[in-house]
Structure formats: structure tokens, C-alpha cells
Design a protein around this ligand. Structure first.
Ligand SMILES: [Mg+2]
Length: 321
């Protein structure tokens, strides 16, 4: 980044992003040509870009942009069952506005501190507002969940609640009247989703396949079944919906919970022989977890509303669709 009102790239990094690492595996952190990590095992690595005007509104709070940019990456690590450890930040900003950067870094580190991850490097450039984060997580030797691996007869579970982010989005757009008592809650779910990292790690010994719900359950469960070469049957009455969702159900039906996404919950398959052991562990999940249906041999996902077939209206979110 070119010098801007006395704050050059290095000043910017020192002021907003350089912190002592908390993980002892960080041998060299921000400020050198590259980071160096002492890791002996398996790493899961993911990257995601959030662009202003595409993934968040141009006027979005900088705190939320920082929080969510990290959250969506940690959610991908959670879906692999990995323990989040490190991340790299590539930031493009139109100008080095101090208040924006202070808010952005506060949001970023609010989640980084909560999840115990260290920022170990990255780059800052002047350009259209956008954030790319690359996150690294640790896995035990030989372990790791993928989308493939579900088998007919496995149960399908979903963590937390679906559809809250959709309600927040439609409310903010003025397209949905959410009762006042639920407004802050649904906006928080949209702007500051909680990646289910602890839950993903707890699934590791039990689940046969997993995915995070970023594009909506209909799309993401479809991806998991396709990768597994299986299908699924889901009873809509079992979907975990919030009180806010119930209050808006007559306006949004099932489709906001199935097709919108941005919930960053985990969807996973669990072999029958692991159900009892898993439920003994998952009763400690603060977000809750729900058995919503079952894996079957016939490809495709079939939804049932009181026993009748149901076809979701919107199949997820596809940038190029
Ligand atoms: Mg994902």
C-alpha cells in the first residue's frame, strides 16, 4: 500500500494487525517475508474472498466485515473437523481510513481470540474493498472429515438453527417484517455467524461425512450426497428452526431455511453404530444438534412435508448461476 496520510503499509500492519502469537507453533509471524510454522502433522487449508457489493453491503460495519471474513473460513475448517490455528489476511481497501481499519481489526480479532487463531501474515493493497482470508487448521494424523463418505442408513444431522441469516437479510432489505423482539438476533446471525469449530472437532471420531451450510441446506446437503454417491430423505418438520423463524413462517415458508444459506451451521452424516456415543458428546453442544433425516442409496435429496414430497424453490446461491 502506498503511504497515505502518514500511515504506510508497515505502520498500518503494526498498528492494527501485529500481535504476539498465542500458538507456540508460530516460529516466524507477521513482518518477515513469510511465516514459519512448526507443525508435525496434518493441516486443513481453506481460503475465501468477501467483496463489497457482492458478499457484504458497501456500507456494512467494518467490525462485521472483519468478523464474518474470518468466520466463513473457520466454518470451512469446522466442516473438516480441524482445529483452527492460523490465518493469512489479504486486504484491499480504497484508502487507509484509520477508523475503518480499527473497527475491522476489532471484529477480526474478536473472533480470532474466541477461537484461538493467530494472524501470521498477508498483504494489504489499495483497491476496491475486499477481504481474502486463508485459514489453516490442524487434524490428528490420518483424520479429517470430507463431503464423501456417507453411506445408506446413516443419519443426517444439522447443528444450531437454519434460516436466521435469511430473515436478517430480508429484514434489512425491507422485504420482510420481523417482529421487533427478533430483529437484533437475526441481524447478528447474518453479520456475525458463529463457526461451529468445537462441534466439528467433536464430530471427527463419529461422522462419515460433513459440510458447512454456506449456500443453504438444499444445495449443501446436495453437494455432500453427490460426493458420497448417495441420496437423502429429509422430514421438514425436523428442521431446527428458531422462534424468530416460526414467527415469520407464514411469509417465508420452508425456503428461507433451505435455500438462502449464510447460516454456517454444520450438516453431517452419522453411521447408526455411532449414534449413542455421539449423542452422549453432542448433548454438550450449546448450539444444539438435530437428526433431520437419513441417507439412502437413491441419488438426490428428497424433502417431505407431512409425508408429501416438497420441492424447495431456490437451490442455493451460485455466483455464476
Ligand atoms: Mg464450505
Amino acid at each position: 500500500m502506498k503511504p497515505d496520510r502518514g500511515m504506510d503499509e508497515f505502520g498500518l500492519i503494526d498498528r492494527f494487525f501485529r500481535r504476539p502469537p498465542r500458538n507456540p507453533q508460530v516460529a516466524v509471524s507477521i513482518g518477515d517475508d513469510a511465516a514459519v510454522l512448526d507443525v508435525g502433522g496434518r493441516l486443513a487449508i481453506t481460503t475465501d474472498t468477501l467483496l463489497a457489493g457482492v458478499h457484504f453491503a458497501n456500507g456494512a460495519r467494518a467490525f462485521d466485515v472483519g468478523y464474518k471474513a474470518l468466520a466463513v473460513n473457520l466454518s470451512d475448517l469446522a466442516a473438516m473437523g480441524a482445529r483452527p490455528r492460523f490465518f493469512l489476511l489479504n486486504l484491499s481497501v480504497p484508502a487507509a481510513t484509520e477508523t475503518w481499519l480499527a473497527d475491522f481489526s476489532a471484529g477480526l480479532f474478536a473472533l480470532a481470540d474466541a477461537q484461538g487463531v493467530d494472524l501470521i501474515g498477508g498483504d494489504t493493497v489499495r483497491g476496491p474493498l475486499g477481504v481474502t482470508i486463508t485459514a489453516l487448521g490442524e487434524l490428528p494424523p490420518g483424520a479429517g472429515l470430507t463431503r464423501a463418505g456417507a453411506r445408506p442408513g446413516d443419519r443426517i444431522y444439522v447443528t444450531g438453527r437454519l434460516g436466521c441469516a435469511a430473515l436478517g437479510f430480508y429484514y434489512r432489505q425491507g422485504r420482510l417484517d420481523v417482529p421487533p423482539m427478533f430483529r437484533d438476533g437475526v441481524l447478528a446471525r447474518l453479520d456475525r455467524p458463529t463457526p461451529r469449530c468445537q462441534e466439528g472437532m467433536a464430530l471427527l471420531p463419529f461422522a462419515s461425512a460433513a459440510i458447512d451450510v454456506s449456500d443453504g441446506l438444499a444445495a449443501d446437503l446436495g453437494h455432500m450426497m453427490e460426493a458420497s454417491g448417495t441420496g437423502a430423505e429429509i422430514d421438514l418438520a425436523r428442521l431446527p428452526l428458531s422462534a424468530a423463524y416460526a414467527a415469520c413462517f407464514s411469509a417465508v415458508g420452508w425456503d428461507a431455511a433451505l435455500g438462502f444459506g449464510d447460516d454456517y451451521e454444520l450438516c453431517f452424516a452419522l453411521p447408526q453404530e455411532h449414534v449413542m456415543a455421539f449423542e452422549a458428546v453432542s448433548c454438550a453442544f450449546a448450539c444444539g444438534v438435530r437428526h433431520v433425516g437419513d441417507v439412502v442409496a437413491t441419488p438426490g435429496v428428497r424433502w417431505f412435508d407431512k409425508g408429501r414430497p416438497y420441492v424447495p424453490l431456490r437451490r442455493g446461491f451460485n455466483h455464476f448461476g
